[in-house]
Write a protein that binds this ligand. Structure first.
Ligand code: ZN
Length: 64
């Protein structure tokens, strides 16, 4: 559940780009909005996992 292969994300970056551009989430660590959503399976727990491309940190956002 914790280990996520972010290194493998590069091949899917194009698909992520088209996914709701208005859904911007600021990184809780550096406040940068250069983040992208990853790991759709997190929706089961009403959370979305994001990855900050600025400080390379992963974080979760609770939805609703
Ligand atoms: Zn960050």
């Amino acid at each position: 559940m914790a280990a996520l292969g972010f290194a493998g994300m590069a091949t899917e970056s194009r698909d992520v780009k088209k996914d709701e551009p208005r859904d911007k989430v600021a990184c809780p660590y550096c406040r940068c909005e250069d983040t992208e959503r990853v790991a759709l399976f997190g929706s089961v727990l009403l959370t979305s996992q994001y990855y900050c491309r600025h400080c390379h940190s992963a974080f979760e956002v609770v939805k609703g």
